[in-house]
Design a protein around this ligand. Structure first.
Ligand code: SF4
Length: 244
């Protein structure tokens, strides 16, 4: 890339009506990766030739289409999505012929994990599940200071996503489902998992695990997302003064 900054891929900023990535005679802006990064695209195309990857990508793409009704008929089918994400996960796993699924979940969602596990069993899978605190490794092992714990002054097991991955690797799961792992812990789980992973639930302690809620409300209740600079974050103090 001759001018790195101008060519940085920025699909999120693209306002082209008829885009090159969807139309043979379409166009792209100066920062368009379809136009500027053919090396990466060609590399990716080669990866899809690997039999295991090809099979997975093919089924994931078929699954995508099956989530709409009346395809090819007169309805604007994208307005009629019919399958919740969990159903998609189940169907994709069956399409792939997977028998044993891994469920890596957060302790804060253990009730939901039980429901998810029971449903997966009802759907014909064997389920290996593992909670984030597995192994009871102290947060001190990582060098977390007392005041950096959730409950300073008390023992706390760290979330151990690498252990979650290794437990599921040892259980030889075919496919791993992540349920509400903390940001960063999910990254490590995905890095160390031998099986491909999917995220069923993205953690968000404030919005009932729906991060989009805050994004959609960025003009009102979550103005701070644009107006404040959070930098590296830090401890939060709250006090409420009672009326009367
Ligand atoms: S690939 Fe190019 S045309 Fe397509 S959205 Fe990205 S910038 Fe726009």
């Amino acid at each position: 890339m001759e001018n790195q900054k101008d060519k940085l891929p920025r699909c999120a900023d693209c306002t082209i009506e008829k885009t090159i990535c969807r139309n043979e005679d379409g166009q792209g802006p100066g920062y368009c990766p379809t136009l500027n990064m053919s090396g990466a695209v060609e590399n990716a195309i080669e990866e899809y030739k690997r039999p295991d990857i090809h099979q997975f990508a093919l089924n994931a793409t078929i699954q995508e289409g099956e989530c709409y009704v009346n395809r090819g008929k007169d309805n604007p089918h994208v307005q009629y999505a019919v399958k919740p994400g969990f159903q998609e996960t189940i169907e994709l796993a069956h399409k792939m012929g997977y028998k044993r699924l891994g469920l890596a979940f957060c302790g804060g969602l253990r009730h939901e994990a039980k429901i998810v596990s029971d449903i997966l069993k009802e759907q014909g899978f064997e389920v290996a599940s593992v909670m984030c605190k597995v192994g009871r490794t102290s947060k001190e092992y990582l060098g977390v200071k007392e005041e950096q714990k959730c409950n300073p002054g008390r023992y706390e097991s760290m979330c151990s996503p690498i252990a979650q991955a290794k437990v599921l690797n040892e259980a030889k799961t075919d496919f791993n489902i992540l349920l509400g792992l903390c940001v960063g812990h999910d990254s490590l789980m995905m890095r160390y998992s031998e099986a491909l992973c999917t995220v069923l639930v993205a953690k968000d302690r404030v919005t009932g695990h729906n991060p989009l809620a805050a994004i959609q409300l960025y003009r009102s209740y979550y103005k701070k997302l644009k107006e404040e600079k959070f930098r590296k974050g830090g401890a939060v103090q709250v006090s409420v003064k009672e009326n009367g």
